[in-house]
Write a protein that binds this ligand. Structure first.
Ligand code: HGY
Ligand code: MN
Ligand code: MN
Length: 437
């Protein structure tokens, strides 16, 4: 089979950098920090700006009932399932400008580079902006891709509430996204494949001096809400032996979770108590209530579940010993994902053809790819970020690193968007065959 690499693929790095800078400015807090909470004014401004950019690239744009946004480059055979790419633009408070946005703006740039190289896809190529990848507003990550993949049902419309106690239903309608939430669900054969470009959010690629990571698996995330009821009272009058201090119970539980993660025997086990609220939160009042939210992950689902079991036991022990009540609620407990071998081999083949070093690796962060893998062959391309830092204002990935990731993404998409002539029959992703133009 005649194969040739795409030539003349030019990533317009200056255009991409200026767009990343523009996107970063849609923020609720001043630079260099970024905050762009889903459906916020800044998020809606950024979405409007991005939709215009996609339209000016000749892409057909549509949004679903929760705001997942799809920008399609129609292929010559639109009946074929598209190959997709994309990521998220929502940003947690006090975060940086590259998490997610590199996958959205880089995906758009990959499409424009292919257009400008004269490539004509047979299978459509679609850019996806996923709604609410971060758990900040609704307490669960990957809201948009969970709904697309059926990992979350339409009941979320009323069960998910934000800190103001407004429902997802009311908030999305106020943002202009109407329609039945069930309509966000995509059929398993809707896409031929999905490839997400993302910063590594870890130090390995930079430490090894390798420009591209080919992700083979995505860690299994779980999050748990823990409510602790103790007894409050006067910080001076209540004697220590009679106290039922809710915060100290919370502290013991958090330390037990840390010990659970450190004692599994694997470096892939991680756990964080990222939220701790204390009531009444006054210096001279013994905490009567505390609320924790814990994030527990591992690349191995059963090892992750063992950590959850240790956490549950620690909650029961602390409740009994300290005379407090502890209620736990598992918000999500997701399986890990294995990336598609065909797409992984295509990305590796593209790197080889381009003379770009690449390493295979796991993703310790979760991504929308975790849920896209439930409905289509999925893989991820990682690029290095400085000191492995992410979710902070000094998150940084160089223009060169980003351009390299876009180049690899563009050619990977092209190899799966082209379909061999009818004599060869339609190309099915997973074989990793490169395609003639
Ligand atoms: O938390 C995560 O892994 C992702 O960055 N939301
Ligand atoms: Mn993130
Ligand atoms: Mn992300």
């Amino acid at each position: 089979m005649k194969t040739e690499r795409l030539v003349k693929l030019q990533v317009q790095s200056n255009r991409l950098q200026s767009e990343l800078a523009t996107l970063a400015a849609f923020s609720a807090i001043p630079a260099p920090a970024v905050e762009r909470i889903v459906y916020s004014h800044q998020d809606m401004q950024a979405r409007a700006w991005l939709k215009k950019l996609c339209a000016s690239a000749g892409l057909v744009v549509r949004e679903d009932a929760v705001g997942n946004t799809f920008a399609r480059w129609q292929g010559t055979n639109p009946a074929l399932p598209a190959i997709a790419t994309g990521s998220h633009i929502d940003a947690i408070p006090h975060s940086g400008r590259y998490d997610g946005t590199v996958g959205v703006m880089g995906g758009l740039e990959a499409i424009r580079a292919l257009q400008e190289s004269g490539f004509q896809p047979t299978r459509s190529i679609e850019l996806i902006l996923f709604t609410s990848e971060e758990p900040t507003r609704f307490g669960i990550g990957c809201l948009g891709s969970r709904l697309m993949s059926g990992s979350l049902t339409a009941s979320a419309d009323t069960t998910l509430r934000d800190p103001s106690d407004a429902t997802l239903h009311d908030i999305r309608h106020a943002a202009g996204f109407a329609g039945d939430l069930a309509s966000t669900r995509l059929a398993p054969d809707h896409y031929a494949g999905f490839v997400e470009l993302h910063i590594e959010q870890g130090p390995l690629l930079e430490r090894r001096g390798v420009p591209v990571g080919v992700v083979t698996a995505i860690a299994a995330p779980a999050s748990v809400r823990i409510a602790i009821e103790g007894e409050g009272g006067h910080a001076g009058a209540i004697l220590m032996p009679t106290r039922h201090d809710a915060f100290l119970a919370a502290a013991e539980i958090s330390l037990a979770l840390e010990a659970a993660a450190k004692s599994t025997g694997s470096i892939d086990s991680v756990a964080t108590t990222g939220i701790c609220e204390v009531f009444p939160g006054l210096i001279n009042s013994v905490p009567s209530r505390a609320r924790l939210e814990a994030d527990v992950r591992d690349i191995d689902g059963s090892r992750r579940d063992r950590m959850l079991a240790v956490l549950e036991k620690a909650c029961a022990d602390v409740a009994q010993r300290r005379g407090v009540t502890v209620a736990t609620k598992v918000v999500n407990r997701d399986d890990p994902a294995t990336c598609d071998a065909g797409l992984v081999s295509t990305i590796s083949a593209v790197c080889e053809a381009q003379g770009i070093a690449c390493d295979r690796m796991v993703s310790r962060a979760y991504h929308d790819s975790l849920f896209m893998s439930r409905i289509c062959p999925t893989a991820m391309i990682f690029i290095p970020c400085r000191n492995g830092v992410s979710h902070t204002p000094d998150e940084y990935s160089s223009p060169e690193a980003i351009a390299t990731g876009v180049l690899v993404l563009a050619e990977t998409l092209a190899r799966h968007a082209g379909v061999l002539s009818s004599a060869d029959g339609p190309y099915t992703p997973g074989t990793g065959t490169s395609l003639s133009r």
